[in-house]
Ligand binder design. Structure first.
Ligand code: MHO
Length: 182
């Protein structure tokens, strides 16, 4: 039986991260959800209300033989802006904060290492504000958020916000896609 692992990240609206990681070879599933808050079983509406403390996150199930946790992190730092506190573009609020939620010590150490690598490369030209905090409870989001980009590619948010992130990912990681880029 194949051994899979999980990674949990928040980098703004979870629809964006889901859309990107679903295309990455080695990823078995991506589930949007909420973590890092203090209310049990939060709803999307509650989290949007900004009072539950949760971040919108994705939980990625991956095969470590095909993609490393370090690479998941490098992709994370390519597709969201880790320098804007509680904000990702026009999405503003604590639920949109940049956050890495390690599942164990090895992931925590990798997060420190890759953050240092990204900071040293000066990719974003400003200080990284990404929060590093052990995963507490992952609350899966409502099913209506599943596969959002692929189901509603024509919506304004998908075309304006998500599509450019997916395009950037495909360009930088063309050799890592489940299907080779056309
Ligand atoms: N501002 C966007 C964010 C969606 S995301 C799942 C919207 O309300 O459609 O938070």
């Amino acid at each position: 039986m194949a051994t899979t692992e999980r990674a949990t990240f928040g980098g703004g609206c979870f629809w964006c991260l889901e859309a990107v990681y679903l295309e990455l070879a080695g990823v078995l599933s991506v589930k949007s959800g909420y973590a890092g808050g203090h209310v049990a079983n939060p709803t999307y509406e509650q989290v949007c209300g900004k009072a539950t403390g949760h971040a919108e996150v994705v939980q990625i199930e991956y095969d470590p033989a095909l993609v490393s946790y370090d690479d998941l992190l490098r992709i994370f730092f390519t597709i969201h802006d880790p320098t804007t506190a509680d904000r990702q573009g026009n999405d503003i609020g604590p639920q949109y904060r940049s956050i890495i939620m390690p599942h164990d010590e090895a992931q925590a150490a990798a997060a420190v290492r890759v953050m240092a690598e990204v900071a040293a490369a000066g990719i974003w030209g400003a200080k990284l504000v990404t929060e590093l905090r052990p995963l507490d409870i992952f609350w899966p989001a409502e099913a209506e958020h599943d596969d959002y980009f692929n189901r509603t590619p024509w919506s304004g948010y998908c075309r304006v916000v998500i599509a450019p992130k997916v395009a950037k990912f495909r360009k930088h990681y063309a050799d890592r896609l489940k299907r080779p880029a056309a």
